[in-house]
Design a binder for this molecule. Structure first.
Ligand code: NDP
Length: 262
């Protein structure tokens, strides 16, 4: 953990330096792609960032450095979101070291695309365990402290696949449809106690995840959007940052497509 303290004080030395409290954002799958863009965006908006990743330590270390350069405290935790206890420990440590989590974003996700007839049980379960159980584990861990404080915003990453369905993605689409229903239901449970829950449903976004599709498929999908192109991770991050912010104070249980008009 990089633990840069943020202090202000008079250059004359007459006033003692005082710690400045920054709100804390927790992001699953923050080391690459959309989660990374969200981390940078929220750091620019003044948040300290705690993010988890599964394996890519180099990417996590690089992001930690960039966040620190933006003036944020950064905590990179190697935690697999399928591990409920690991996620609980990460959230607890974040709150102990950085303070209450104001915003939680669930971006950790994987694909194992295949027609259903060729899909193995492992490919089905890996995707559901990571994408859907992972969201459950993160939200279960952050929501109680948020409810106690009667404040908090959760943004989940769904997908247009979960809204429209997509051949070759029965496992992924089912997990993302589950995230939509989960987010809307949780929003109804916790809204009266000051916690908002919204989902963002990206279309085709240029990240490592979509790189495996190959240029042909990407061009074909991009061609079906109103804007005629794939989106950028930063464009999804803007939507996430908006839903997480007080500017969205009357928005909860919403699913915001960020898909270029697919
Ligand atoms: P990337 O593959 O670029 O990044 C995935 C991130 O999730 C990485 O930081 C990865 O960490 C982390 N991660 C994966 N599995 C786990 C796990 N079990 N535990 C903890 N962290 C994990 O994906 P994107 O940024 O493209 O996708 C982000 C989210 O947006 C996903 O939920 C995805 O389904 C959704 N989405 C993406 C779209 C796209 O076109 N890119 C479209 C629609 C939705 P590590 O590197 O260590 O493995």
């Amino acid at each position: 953990m990089s633990d840069t303290e943020h202090r202000t004080g008079s250059d004359t030395g007459g006033t003692p330096d005082l710690p400045v409290t920054r709100p804390v954002a927790l992001i699953s799958g923050g080391s690459r792609g959309i989660g990374r863009a969200v981390a940078l965006r929220l750091a620019e908006e003044g948040y300290d960032i705690s993010f988890c990743f599964r394996g890519d330590e180099q990417a996590a270390a690089l992001l930690e450095k960039e966040l620190t350069a933006l003036g944020a405290r950064a905590f990179a935790a190697r935690v697999d979101v399928t591990d409920a206890e690991g996620v609980r420990g990460w959230v607890t440590r974040t709150e102990e070291e950085f303070g209450p989590v104001a915003v939680a974003v669930t971006s950790a996700g994987i694909t194992r695309d295949k027609p259903l007839l060729m899909m193995s049980d492992t490919e089905w379960h890996e995707v559901l365990d990571t994408n859907l159980d992972g969201v459950y584990h993160v939200c279960r861990a952050v929501v109680y402290p948020m409810l106690k404080r009667r404040a908090g915003a959760i943004v989940t990453l769904a997908s247009v696949s979960g809204l429209l369905g997509n051949a070759g993605q029965t496992n992924y689409a089912a997990s993302k449809a589950g995230i939509v229903a989960f987010s809307r239901s949780l929003a109804k449970e916790v809204g009266r106690r000051g916690v908002r829950v919204n989902a963002v449903a990206p279309g085709l976004i240029d990240t490592d995840m979509s790189a495996v599709l190959g240029d042909g498929i990407k061009e074909e999908v991009a061609g079906r959007t109103a804007l005629g192109r794939a989106g950028l991770a930063a464009e999804v991050a803007d939507a996430v940052a908006y839903l997480a912010s007080p500017r969205a104070s009357y928005i909860t249980g919403a699913v915001l497509p960020v898909d270029g008009g697919l």
